[in-house]
Design a protein around this ligand. Structure first.
Ligand code: IVH
Length: 670
C-alpha cells in the first residue's frame, strides 16, 4: 500500500468503527459481530502503530466505545469504566498469562467469572444508600439512569449488614433473562412493535427509556462484579465479591478461584458446553488477577486493565441444507423470507428454520436452493444463515430469486427508499393482512373482545362475513347465517355479540392500538392518546406536532401521516365512531392539585434535564392548565427545553407567545 492508501485505510477504519460503536452502544443495534469488529480494530491498531503520524484523535483505539444520549443527565465516573482486552484462542490466553508472570512473578491467582451479555452499570452508594446509577457512556461519563435502575429488584436501594465503606462504587451488568425476553418480545411482535434482536438489546433499550414506570414493567436483573472504594479493607477481588454478597448484592455463583491458566482453560471449556443451560446469555469468560496489590502493579493501558482479560466464545454454528425459501406476509404487509432447513441440532435445540431478514441478505449470500449453508445461533434467539459453502453447490442449483409479487395475493411488492424490507401494499385485498388486522383488533391487548377467537375471525373471513374491522359491529345482523356454522350454538353467538358490544367502551388508546397502524404499538398508542386526546387532533396533526409528543419519533410520525392520508382508513374510523367506539380520552382521570394554571394553555417541546415531557404535562394538567397540540394564537406559553424544533420556535415568536423554561413553569406553581 502507498502512504496515501494507508492514510485512506486508517481514516476509513476510524469512521467505520466509530459508526459501529455508535450502533452498538447508543442504538443498541449492532450490525456486525464482535469478532468482525475486533478484527477491524486490530487492523487499525497495527496500522497506527506502524504509522503514528496518521493517528486520529477520534480513533476508537483511543477510547472506549460509546456515546452519551441527550435525554439523561451526564455524570462523570469517579473511576473510569474501562473495557477489557478480548481473546479468542487458548494461545492468546497463554500469551496474557505469560505477560502477567513476567510482570508480577509466579505467585498469584485468577478469578474466573462469566461474561454477562448485557450492559454495564456503575452504582454509587453513600452511607448505605443507592445514590446514583450511571451507564458506561464513553467510559469517562455516562447517563444518569438512577430512576430506572431503582426498578431493578436485584439492585439494593439500601445495603444490608454493616461494615461497608461510607462511599463506594460497584460495577455490574444489567441483563434480561432469556425467558422474559422471549415472552415480552413475542408480545411486541404480536403488537406490531419493533422486536429486539436479543436480550442485550432489550435490556439496553429498556434501561435508556425515559419513563421509569415502563421500565418497571420489564424484568431486568443485575449481576455485580467489581467494587471500587477509597476505603479498601480487602486484599483480594474474591474477598470483595464474598463481602458484597453479604451486603445484599447479586453476585453470580458461577465464579471460580483458579491457581493457574490451565484451571482457567478448564473453566472456559466447561462453560462453553454448559452456557446454554443458563437462563441468561453469556458471551465469554472474564479472567481477573485476584490480588489488589498485584492488580495495581500490573496497571492499565489506555483502554483496559492489564490484570484482566476476556475470552470470547464463538457463536455456535453448524452446516445444513437449504431445502426451500418461503415468504411470510405479516399483518402490516411486511414480507419476511425464511430459510427452511434440513433439521439440525444446534446450541441446545433442533433448528428447522432460520431468518434471512430481507432481499439484501439473500443477495449478499448469493443463495441457491439445495445449498449447504452455515447456520449460527449467537446472541440472537432466532438462528440465522451466515454463509454458504459454495464448494458443495451442485452445478445446476437454482438461485433464490426474491419475488416481485406478494406470495399471498400477487400484488407488486414495494420497498421504500432506505428500507430493507419489502411490503405488500394491498392491505385491502391481501388475505393474511386482512385477517391479521382483524385478529389484532380483537386481541387481548387491544380490544380484548370476549367470545371471539382468532380462528373464528379466519372462518368468518373465509365465509365472507367480515372484511373490515367495522364489519364486526354488524355481525349481529347475520345471526341466522352464523347459526348455520358448525360449533356455533346460540349461546356462543350471544356471548360473542355481547363481547363485541362491550368493546365499544374500550378506551381510546386501545382502539388506536387496535387499528394496527405500523409502528403504533401499545405504548405508542398510549402516548398518542394522552397527548392528542382525540382522533381528530391526531388525524390532523402535522409532522412537527406529532414528533413533539413524548417518545414519538420521525418513523412513527411518517407512518401515522401515511395511514391517515388514506381515505379508506378515515372512512373506517368514521364508521367505527358511528358504532359508538371511543375516539377520545375520557378527561375524568385528572385529579387537580391546585388551579394555579387555570385558564392557561401550554405546549411542551424539546428535552429537559430534570423532567420528562410527560411529567411536565402531568404537572400542568393537575394544576388546572391545558395542553394544546399545536401552536396557535390561542396558546399562552411555550415551555421550551433543549433541541426544540426551529419551526416551532419561529412560529411562537411570530405569534408573540411567551417562551418559558421548565424553571419558569415551576415558579408559576410556587
Ligand atoms: S469486569 C476493568 N466482569 O464486559 C474491568 N466485565 O469488555 C471491568 N462484563 O464493560 C469489567 N461480565 O460490560 C467484568 N464478570 C464481568 C463481566 C464484565 C460482563 C462486560 C462489562 C464490561 C465489558 C468489558
Amino acid at each position: 500500500m502507498s502512504l496515501f492508501e494507508i492514510k485512506e485505510r486508517i481514516d476509513s477504519l476510524v469512521k467505520e468503527l466509530n459508526e459501529h460503536n455508535y450502533k452498538y452502544y447508543v442504538l443498541a443495534q449492532p450490525v456486525i459481530s464482535d469478532i468482525e469488529f475486533d478484527k477491524k480494530l486490530a487492523e487499525l491498531a497495527a496500522l497506527e502503530k506502524e504509522y503514528p503520524e496518521y493517528l486520529d484523535p477520534e480513533s476508537p483505539t483511543k477510547k472506549v466505545g460509546g456515546d452519551i444520549t441527550r435525554e439523561f443527565q451526564t455524570v462523570k465516573h469517579k473511576w473510569p469504566m474501562l473495557s477489557l482486552g478480548n481473546t479468542y484462542s487458548e494461545q492468546e490466553l497463554k500469551d496474557f498469562d505469560e505477560r502477567v508472570h513476567k510482570a508480577i512473578g509466579d505467585n498469584f491467582e485468577y478469578v474466573c467469572e462469566l461474561k454477562f451479555d448485557g450492559l454495564s452499570i456503575s452504582l454509587t452508594y453513600e452511607n448505605g444508600k443507592l445514590l446514583r446509577a450511571v451507564t458506561r457512556g464513553d467510559g469517562t461519563q455516562g447517563d444518569d439512569v438512577t430512576n430506572n435502575a431503582k426498578t431493578i429488584h436485584s439492585i439494593p436501594k439500601i445495603i444490608k449488614g454493616s461494615g461497608f465503606p461510607e462511599s463506594f462504587d460497584i460495577r455490574g451488568e444489567v441483563f434480561m433473562h432469556r425467558a422474559a425476553f422471549e415472552k415480552l418480545n413475542n408480545e411486541r411482535i404480536e403488537n406490531n412493535e419493533m422486536a429486539y434482536a436479543n436480550p442485550r438489546n432489550f435490556a439496553s433499550g429498556t434501561l435508556k427509556m425515559q419513563d421509569s414506570s415502563e421500565v418497571a414493567k420489564r424484568p431486568l436483573d443485575c449481576f455485580l462484579y467489581f467494587l471500587y472504594t477509597d476505603q479498601r479493607t480487602y486484599t483480594t477481588h474474591w474477598e470483595s465479591l464474598e463481602t458484597v454478597k453479604k451486603w445484599g448484592f447479586h453476585v453470580c455463583d458461577h465464579t471460580k478461584l483458579c491457581k493457574n491458566i490451565e484451571d482457567v482453560i478448564e473453566f472456559i471449556h466447561y462453560w462453553d458446553e454448559k452456557r446454554f443451560d443458563l437462563s441468561y446469555d453469556i458471551d465469554g469468560i472474564v479472567i481477573k488477577v485476584n490480588n489488589y496489590d498485584q492488580q495495581e502493579e500490573l496497571g492499565f493501558t489506555a483502554k483496559s486493565p492489564r490484570w484482566a482479560i476476556s475470552y470470547k466464545y464463538k457463536a455456535q454454528e453448524v452446516e445444513t441444507i437449504l431445502n426451500e425459501v418461503t415468504y411470510q406476509v405479516g399483518r402490516t404487509g411486511a414480507v419476511t423470507p425464511v430459510a427452511n432447513l434440513k433439521p439440525v441440532f444446534l446450541a441446545g435445540t433442533t433448528v428447522k428454520r432460520a431468518t434471512l431478514h430481507n432481499a439484501n441478505e439473500i443477495k449478499r449470500l448469493d443463495l441457491h436452493i439445495g445449498d449447504t449453508v452455515l447456520v449460527e445461533k449467537g446472541g440472537e434467539i432466532i438462528p440465522k444463515v451466515i454463509a454458504v459453502n459454495t464448494a458443495k453447490r451442485s452445478a445446476d442449483a437454482q438461485s433464490v430469486i426474491y419475488p416481485d409479487t406478494c406470495p399471498e395475493c400477487g400484488s407488486n411488492l414495494i420497498r421504500k427508499e432506505g428500507e430493507a424490507v419489502h411490503y405488500c401494499p394491498n392491505d385491502e385485498g391481501c388475505p393474511p393482512q386482512i385477517v391479521g388486522k382483524m385478529q389484532h383488533f380483537i386481541s387481548r391487548k387491544a380490544m380484548n373482545i370476549e367470545g371471539l377467537g382468532q380462528e373464528t375471525i379466519e372462518t368468518f373471513y373465509n365465509k365472507g362475513f367480515i372484511e373490515h374491522i367495522s364489519d364486526l359491529y354488524t355481525l349481529y345482523e347475520k345471526e341466522d347465517l352464523l347459526k348455520q356454522l358448525d360449533r356455533f350454538g346460540e349461546k356462543s353467538i350471544r356471548n360473542m355479540i355481547e363481547g363485541i358490544e362491550k368493546s365499544k367502551q374500550m378506551p381510546f388508546e386501545k382502539v388506536l392500538f387496535g387499528l394496527g397502524i405500523r409502528y403504533v404499538g401499545e405504548t405508542v398508542a398510549k402516548k398518542l392518546a394522552a397527548h392528542f386526546k382525540d382522533i381528530d387532533s391526531l388525524m390532523n396533526a402535522s409532522f412537527d406536532e406529532l414528533i413533539s409528543a413524548d417518545e414519538i419519533g420521525e418513523r412513527i410520525a411518517e407512518s401515522l401521516i401515511e395511514y391517515f392520508n388514506e381515505p379508506r382508513h378515515r372512512e373506517q374510523i368514521e364508521i367505527l365512531r358511528n358504532h359508538g367506539l371511543q375516539f377520545e380520552t375520557s378527561g375524568s382521570a385528572t385529579v387537580l392539585n391546585s388551579n394555579k394554571l387555570e385558564g392557561k394553555s401550554f405546549i411542551i417541546s424539546g428535552v429537559f434535564e430534570k423532567y420528562s415531557r410527560d411529567e411536565l404535562k402531568d404537572l400542568i394538567e393537575t394544576n388546572g392548565g391545558k395542553i394544546l397540540s399545536s401552536i396557535s394564537a390561542k396558546l399562552n406559553y411555550l415551555v421550551a427545553g433543549d433541541n426544540m424544533g426551529p419551526s416551532k420556535l419561529e412560529k411562537a415568536v411570530k405569534l408573540q407567545i411567551p417562551v418559558i423554561s421548565d424553571e419558569d413553569l415551576m415558579s408559576m406553581l410556587q
